[in-house]
Design a protein around this ligand. Structure first.
Ligand code: CU
Length: 426
């Protein structure tokens, strides 16, 4: 019921009020949010370089409306199909090598926006023409088993994309893309060579935003042509998953081709115990801007498109932003801290009278208390997946038709921020 009336302004207003209590109210029966069991359960998953073998695969992804969609993807080494491709992590100054292996019956290639002097098989790479017609933006790995070796020196720290340079209006939305993270050589826990971009290395996240037109996927699966004038995405993803799959752990067993979650986890900022923010690297391979925001919180933008926000005289030009309009092909590097300014607790209660427990609607992640680290009574029959009184807060694309999946609302390009009590979840 509530599911279908989310766009009703009255319901939205109520939702905002309830979010002020930082109560999760999303009505879904999705996967539980696993507590971090290790560095790979949540957070950005690095495939470490500087040498990579990427092989094209086709496969299927699950979408929140119960559909299964044919996709393409790039996988590291002998890994099976995945969407999106691996996050290639390298260090400033590395000579990065990417060997692309093509198993498809069409040529494919990769471009590396933001990287300079890219070589393909040892020669300067660039667009390839047949007469006046553009054939490819980069040297191709020929169809049916061909390969090509790209290399470049990763001179600049920051967040970058790699994506297909051949027939990109087809091959990018079909899934041939991924992220590159270049870490500063001397300060791997900074985003840039700037102390103001320092982050907590246990709290590093990536949100790679993408979209899928299932009709394009059907045409490719059937080997039929597709007219890009008819392109019409119906699915919107964070790290290749739609909500609520976005908040499932990395490598969730029921999402074999979609290995990356996007739940952001952090503890309240504290001057000595928890002074460093989380890092969130936003990227988009979509066709239009996505107004993505952490909902009720600002992030601090410290860089865009692999360039730190500073002047020629190294003046810090970082700024706070509520909605991050991640444009096609852009990357935005953000720092995120969660502050608990009123410090409400049982000893310092919120100065309102709470409704009777039976008059409230309880979401599956609400633990029965509005206070961080506390759990209270929940009505009989309500199941809570709350673990230790932690808070959940939505982060989503504010173009609300893009938090749908072929019409199913409150799915798609949305994920959660999880705030744990100051000492973590026991
Ligand atoms: Cu919002």
């Amino acid at each position: 019921m509530q599911k279908h009336s989310l766009l009703n302004p009255k319901v939205l207003a109520i939702l905002v009020l309830l979010l002020a209590l930082v109560v999760s109210l999303m009505p879904f029966g999705g996967p539980s949010v696993a507590k971090a069991q290790g560095p790979q359960s949540e957070g950005m998953v690095c495939t470490n370089g500087p040498s990579f073998n990427l092989t094209s695969h086709d496969g299927y992804i699950g979408t929140p409306d119960g559909n299964v969609v044919y996709m393409w993807g790039l996988s590291s080494g002998s890994d099976s199909f995945q969407y999106p491709g691996p996050v290639l992590c390298v260090t400033e100054g590395d000579t990065v090598t990417v060997i692309l292996h093509n198993t498809f019956d069409r040529d494919i290639s990769l471009i590396f926006p933001g990287q300079e002097n890219v070589l393909a098989d040892g020669q300067p790479d660039g667009p390839i023409f047949s007469g006046v017609d553009l054939v490819s933006l980069a040297k191709v790995a020929p169809a049916n088993g061909g390969s090509v070796t790209y290399s470049f020196v990763a001179n600049d720290p920051g967040t970058f994309l790699y994506q297909s340079g051949t027939d990109p209006s087809i091959q990018v939305p079909m899934g041939l893309f991924g992220a590159i993270v270049v870490r500063p050589a001397l300060h791997p826990d900074w985003i840039y060579n700037d102390a103001d971009s320092a982050f907590n290395p246990n709290r590093e996240y990536l949100s790679l935003l993408s979209e899928v037109d299932p009709i394009l996927s059907q045409k490719m699966e059937a080997g039929l042509p597709f007219n890009s004038k008819n392109y019409h995405p119906r699915y919107w993803f964070v790290n290749g998953r739609g909500f609520p799959d976005t908040i499932a752990p990395n490598y969730a067993s029921w999402l074999p081709g979609q290995p990356y979650g996007s739940l952001t986890m952090l503890e309240p900022w504290e001057a000595t115990l928890n002074p460093l923010p989380a890092a969130i690297r936003y990227l988009s391979v979509g066709s239009i801007d996505y107004p993505f925001h952490p909902h009720g919180n600002n992030v601090r933008i410290v860089g865009r498109d692999g360039m730190p926000l500073e002047s020629d005289t190294l003046e810090n030009l970082a700024f706070d932003k509520y909605s991050i309009p991640v444009g096609p092909g852009q990357t935005w590097d953000a720092l995120f801290s969660w502050h608990d300014p009123e410090a409400y607790s049982l000893a310092n209660p919120v100065n309102v009278t709470f409704p009777n427990i039976m008059d409230m609607f309880f979401g599956p992640l609400f633990g029965g208390s509005p206070y961080l680290g506390e759990q209270g009574a929940i009505p009989v029959g309500v199941t809570s997946q709350n673990q230790c009184g932690e808070f959940y807060h939505i982060a989503h694309n504010h173009a609300l038709y893009q938090i749908t999946s072929w019409g199913v609302v409150m799915t798609g390009m949305a994920t959660y921020t999880r705030i744990d009590p100051p000492n973590g979840c026991p």
